[in-house]
Design a binder for this molecule. Structure first.
Ligand code: TF8
Length: 338
């Protein structure tokens, strides 16, 4: 009797399992996902998109296929965001800074010296404040999945070593298309020029601009060392990337499909942060080997820059709202205390 019951139970649970597998399988439709990004294939961004694509294909039994399209071949960050909103493209990854025109709260991440290290960045971005800011995208037709690391930004230029604030005077500096960055670098005395990333290399090469700021990884993968002699270690702001989905398209997916994308996004995030950090650790030495002249700011000059830049804080707070500003400061303080 006991054996019979056991056999029956086993048979039943096999049936239930098969059933739920079938339900899940029916829940996954053949899909082509155009996933655009701005850096090239051999960048940390490109590597992580590849991991995302593999995870999605694996989890969907090959039904959901990710077409990874890099080097801004589908457009600049801003153009791709519009394509996602309109439903002409499914997914992308890009800087949160380029989203500020759509969702003003994203400007909180552009606060100079907001995070002292990546541990603080992870805690705040993956915590309730990061989620809250991400959720604001939904009203605008975008769904944010996860934050990836672009990294701490550093200054390069082709004119002269920047050892003190005054050395920034009159340097034509490309900034991201975002008012906080524009204000920040004007405050520092540079002649700030907003440009999309895809035009940056040529602009540096033709001396349309003298300098730019980006993490070491990007200076390396985009070969800026070929057209920029001087690198100043400023770490003036931590830049996140954000993986977004067209809400129009997302809303038509089954829960299973959404779950597959979310799960793959998290896996790609964990991979990306590790990969980016490992690369950043070696990148400065590589940039020196490529011929860049690197200098650090003296503690006194670094402080002057910090103080100068704190002048933009009030306008960021006004832009994102005092409540979010305070909540973010509290979340940073909490992360710092741990
Ligand atoms: C920049 C950003 C870039 C991103 C990328 C194209 O300087 O740091 O890394 O926008 O997605 O524009």
């Amino acid at each position: 009797m006991k054996t019979l019951r056991r056999t029956l139970l086993a048979a039943l649970s096999v049936a239930a399992l098969t059933c739920s597998f079938q339900a899940a399988a029916q829940d996954i439709k053949p899909r082509i996902i155009r996933f655009g990004y701005g850096l090239n294939e051999v960048s940390n961004q490109g590597r992580a998109v590849k991991v995302f694509a593999q995870e999605v294909e694996k989890a969907s039994g090959g039904k959901m296929k990710v077409r990874a399209i890099g080097a801004a071949a589908l457009g600049t960050d801003v153009q791709m965001q519009q394509a996602l909103i309109g439903g002409a493209q499914e997914m992308m990854v890009g800087s949160t800074a380029t989203l500020v025109g759509i969702t003003k709260e994203m400007a909180i991440w552009d606060t100079p010296f907001l995070f002292n290290n990546v541990r603080e960045a992870d805690a705040v971005l993956d915590g309730p404040v990061g989620q809250k800011v991400m959720d604001k995208l939904q009203d605008k037709g975008l769904v944010g999945l996860v934050y990836w690391e672009n990294g701490f930004r550093n200054l390069t230029n082709s004119k002269r070593p920047v050892n003190k604030l005054e050395d920034m005077d009159g340097i034509k500096l490309r900034v991201m298309q975002n008012n906080v960055f524009l204000d920040s670098f004007k405050t520092l005395g540079a002649n700030a020029v907003p440009l999309p990333f895809s035009e940056l290399f040529t602009a540096l090469e033709t001396k349309t601009v003298d300098g730019q700021e980006n993490p070491y990884n990007t200076i390396l993968s985009s070969k800026f060392y070929e057209v920029q002699k001087y690198l100043t270690v400023t770490n003036h702001v931590y830049s996140p990337w954000i993986v977004t989905v067209s809400k129009k398209w997302w809303d038509g997916l089954s829960k299973t499909e959404q779950g597959i994308l979310m799960d793959a996004a998290k896996k790609s995030r964990d991979f990306e942060r590790q990969d980016t950090r490992a690369e950043a650790d070696k990148a400065l030495a590589e940039l020196k080997a490529k011929g860049m002249q690197v200098n650090e700011l003296s503690p006194a000059e670094a402080n002057r820059m910090r103080e100068k830049l704190s002048a933009v804080n009030a306008s960021i707070a006004a832009h994102v709202g005092e409540a979010l500003w305070k909540e973010t400061q509290a979340a940073v303080a909490q992360a710092r205390g741990k």
